[in-house]
Each structure stands twice: as structure tokens, then as C-alpha cells.
Design a protein around this ligand. Structure first.
Ligand code: Z5A
Ligand code: MG
Length: 210
């Protein structure tokens, strides 16, 4: 990484159990091994006070209406906006497990309006690339621990997938579909090849906001 060049904001999105957490960790390790200055972030970040409320909601120990939880997920991203901006400016590439698009997809799947959901995300740093890990829901349901949290039901996941599909279609300049039915090693191979290109291109591009 040359001095004065910014890092890239890389986001992994997809339905539950599509492999985002595993792949974002593997990608982070891959980048570190290549000598790329990198950091791994996860949303929701359950460590803050807002994150604690989100955690209670997801574990079904706290009830909140759909609009309130939507805005809390967004507020949780705003809590970390400055840190994200500063890290990128310092040349650190960020590998982020879920971002604004999860916020929109889960709330739209509940019936909230797309534009209403997107509005509070405006002003957050725009990713340089979003990797959409995609696999049939039936296949994802066979994977470990499916069904333990609030949203892990088949019909709901199908709705979430259709919102991700719609965003992917409209944002082809930054969204990349990845075949998440492959082995973890092959998924990582796909991701890492593209991510190295994105990091190189982002160095000279101005940072943008959503
Ligand atoms: N949510 C929201 O509503 N609004 C928002 O703004 C945000 C989130 C940010 C918690 O998220 C919930 O919050 C989530 C959306 C909502 N919905 N739910 N429920 P979370 O990210 O904390 O959820 P999680 O607990 O990390 O699970 P996940 O994201 O659903 O899973 P994943 O990260 O995509 O998958 P994984 O943990 O890497 O892998 C799952 C299992 O599959 C595991 O046993 C792996 O070993 C296995 N796996 C992974 N890859 C493969 C391959 N390639 N082949 C076979 N098996 C694999
Ligand atoms: Mg995860």
C-alpha cells in the first residue's frame, strides 16, 4: 500500500448462512497474508449500547416495532461511520460482514417501503464493491444453526433474497454475484481475485457516500 492512498470498502452481503462471516474472515486473513493493511468489521456491531438492543431483538428477548429496529440497525452503522472513514483514509482496506443493504433487504421483506428504508443510509460511506453470496435458500437451510434467530424462516429468506436480487440488478457497477454453493476454498478464490483488483482501483478514486 502506497502512502497517501486510501483503502477500499469491501462488503459481503447475502441471505442467512450464505457464508458471509466465514468468507469475510478468510478474506481478511488472505489480505493480511498478502501484506495488505486490512481490518474486519461486522454489522450489526453488537458491542455498543445500540448493538446490545439489536442483539436482544434478534434473540427474541426484546420486542420493537419494525420502524424502530430498522432505524437502530442504521444508527449502529452511523456509530462507526467516522471510524470507517478514518481507517479508509489511513490506507486500511475494510472487509465488512453485512452493511446498509442488509438493513434495507430485511426491512423491505417485512413490508416497509424501499425508499423509506434507504433514506437514513444516505451519507454513509459507499462501498467500492459488494459481493453478493448467492445460493438457493433450501441449500442454505441445510447449513449449521439455521433457524435460531428471528429471521431464519424460509418464506422470509425468499423475500430477503428477492430484495438483494433487485439491488444487485440496479447496482451492477459495484455489486458482484458470487456462487455461494461452491466449496469455501473456491468461494474465497473468486472473492480474493476480484478484491485485489478493487483495492488497486480504489487507491486513486475519491471516496463516495450512499
Ligand atoms: N440485519 C438486519 O435486519 N438489518 C441490518 O441492517 C443488519 C442485519 C446489518 C443477524 O445478522 C441478523 O440481523 C440477520 C440480518 C439482520 N438476520 N438474521 N437472522 P448476522 O450477520 O449476525 O447473522 P449470523 O448469525 O452471522 O448468520 P448469517 O449471517 O446468517 O450467516 P453467514 O455469516 O452468512 O454464514 P456463516 O456463519 O459464514 O456460515 C454458516 C454455516 O454455513 C456455517 O456452519 C459454515 O461453516 C457453513 N458454510 C459457510 N460457507 C459454506 C460453504 N461454501 N459450503 C458449505 N457450508 C458452508
Ligand atoms: Mg454471519
Amino acid at each position: 500500500m502506497q502512502l497517501g492512498k486510501r483503502g477500499a470498502l469491501i462488503v459481503l452481503e447475502g441471505c442467512d448462512r450464505s457464508g458471509k462471516s466465514s468468507q469475510s474472515r478468510l478474506l481478511f486473513e488472505f489480505l493480511c497474508n498478502r501484506g495488505v493493511q486490512a481490518k474486519h468489521l461486522v454489522f450489526p456491531n453488537r458491542s455498543s449500547e445500540i448493538g446490545g438492543t439489536i442483539n436482544a431483538y434478534l434473540k427474541n428477548t426484546r420486542e420493537l416495532n419494525d420502524q424502530v429496529i430498522h432505524l437502530l440497525f442504521t444508527a449502529n452503522r452511523w456509530e462507526f461511520k467516522k471510524e470507517i472513514e478514518d481507517l479508509l483514509n489511513a490506507g486500511t482496506t475494510l472487509v465488512v460482514d453485512r452493511y446498509s443493504y442488509s438493513g434495507v433487504a430485511y426491512s423491505v421483506a417485512k413490508g416497509l417501503d424501499f425508499d423509506w428504508c434507504m433514506a437514513p443510509e444516505k451519507g454513509l460511506i459507499r462501498p467500492d464493491a459488494v459481493f453478493y453470496l448467492k445460493a438457493p435458500i433450501e441449500q442454505l437451510m441445510q447449513r449449521g444453526e439455521f433457524g435460531e434467530e428471528r429471521y431464519e424462516k424460509k418464506d422470509f429468506q425468499l423475500k430477503v433474497a428477492s430484495v438483494f436480487d433487485r439491488i444487485c440488478e440496479n447496482q451492477q457497477h459495484i455489486w458482484h454475484k458470487i456462487d455461494a454453493t461452491q466449496t469455501q476454498a473456491l468461494v474465497l478464490e473468486d472473492l480474493s481475485t476480484k478484491v485485489l483488483e478493487v483495492i488497486e482501483q480504489a487507491k486513486d478514486k475519491p471516496m463516495k457516500v450512499l
